[in-house]
Design a protein around this ligand. Structure first.
Ligand SMILES: Cc1ncc(COP(=O)(O)O)c(C=O)c1O
Length: 396
């Protein structure tokens, strides 16, 4: 097979869908300020409200008005943590429970509250990435203000039991937030079924444009603006509307909902095929993430004796785009905090690759990757100074 271009980094971001792109090109002329009362403004406003309804439908929200537009997942998550800061600094109920495997935008927002004197707990997870429910129950109490647990992990794909986590938190009167940035569009997401107060999602993970996302806020749950100014979004998020991004988001959300069953089946099948081919052709590997409760598109694999960055660059030379840990963590020399949290040692964590498949992945691409990968791993393992048998202990 010749060198070709294979994108397998869909968890980092997704390409713009042609359908969304076409709509956005047409929407370039929807320049009216959605807050203006004249016809142009009303047209923009109507488009924005249509998107709000599509996003609400995608996350199973009854009320479209519970959806607030933001610039993306990071802003949505920070808006929730900032709200908790403003509430918690005035009362005794101020404990925050989150997990050790959150995206850095949650980890750092939580760490900031800790610096400000809030009690913050980063729950441990098991070998598969599920939060330790025993530790969670032990931390719950009347002093807990917020429980924030991601719906699905971006690096290993493990899906947490948000419904049960929320049920336990609610029994103590705590607010519940879930960062569903990686779950939306890949598995069913329902704010009603899960009974969460806040849910974060981001458009560029569902084949829409970057720089636009949303925060769901349950009626009566407190919310404070991160950006103050005009009255947009009921005062929760000031700033002239990003018409173009929002219109693209609406179409991306509509298509994501419509195509979810087909996506899960097709992409899940391709992921299983890639996993099986890797297990068949490469000895001594570890598949990270939960074997059942996992995203259909995410395959994180540890290759003892081969260094992750070297694997990534070798694959890149073959036209294959993957990631070591999360995109945000790459470039840092620290091993992935998620892989360390599931108990991998630094050697193994450094030797791990995330293949994240998507809507445009084909069987042919999976075969191409499965053909190019084994000689790369074999070559890198030959250069390893640590005996393979020693590293093999770690994969159990
Ligand atoms: C789980 C998770 N949360 C939040 C984000 C941040 O979203 P955004 O890029 O829209 O700020 C990401 C992006 O990688 C993510 O994977």
């Amino acid at each position: 097979m010749d060198t070709r271009y294979v994108y397998m980094d869909y968890n980092a971001t997704t390409p713009l869908r042609p359908e969304v792109r076409d709509l956005m090109v047409r929407a370039l002329d929807v320049y009216g300020n959605a807050s203006s009362l004249h016809a142009l403004g009303r047209t923009a406003h109507a488009e924005i409200e249509e998107t709000r309804a599509n996003v609400a439908a995608l996350i199973g929200a009854k009320e479209a008005s519970a959806v607030y537009f933001t610039s993306g997942g990071s802003e949505s998550n920070n808006t929730v943590f900032n709200t908790m800061f403003l509430i918690g600094r005035k009362q005794a109920r101020r404990k925050i429970i989150t997990t050790a495997i959150e995206h850095p935008c949650v980890l750092n927002a939580a760490a900031h509250l800790k610096d400000e004197g809030f009690p913050v707990v980063f729950l441990p997870v098991d070998r598969d990435g599920l939060i330790d429910m025993g530790a969670y129950r032990a931390e719950l109490g009347p002093d807990v203000l917020l429980v924030s647990v991601m719906a699905a992990n971006n690096e290993i794909g493990t899906i947490e039991n948000i419904g049960e986590i929320a049920r336990l938190a609610k029994a103590e009167g705590a607010f519940v937030h879930t960062d569903a940035t990686q779950a939306v569009g890949k598995v069913p997401v329902s704010v009603e079924e899960w009974n969460v107060d806040y849910l974060t999602l981001s458009c560029h993970k569902i084949y829409g444009p970057k720089g636009i996302g949303a925060l769901y806020v349950r009626q009566k749950a407190p919310i404070e603006p991160l950006i103050r100014g005009g009255h947009q979004e009921n005062g929760v998020r000031a700033g002239t509307y990003n018409n173009l991004g929002i219109i693209g988001f609406g179409e991306a959300a509509r298509l994501a909902k419509e195509e979810l069953p087909e996506y899960r089946q097709r992409v899940g099948g391709l992921r299983a095929m890639l996993r099986d081919l890797i297990l068949e052709r490469i000895p001594m590997v570890r598949i990270n993430g939960h074997p059942v409760h996992a995203l259909p598109n995410t395959l994180n694999v540890s290759f003892p004796g081969a260094e992750g960055e070297s694997i990534l660059l070798s694959l890149d030379l073959e036209g294959i785009e993957v990631s070591t840990g999360s995109a945000c963590a790459s470039g840092s020399l620290e091993p992935s905090h998620v892989l360390m949290a599931i108990g991998l040692g630094p050697e193994l964590a450094h030797g791990s690759i995330r293949f994240s498949l998507g809507r445009y992945t084909t069987e042919d691409e999976v075969r191409y990757v499965a053909e190019k990968l084994p000689p790369i791993i074999a070559r890198l393992r030959k250069m390893s100074t640590v005996p393979l048998e020693e590293l093999a202990q770690e994969i159990r």
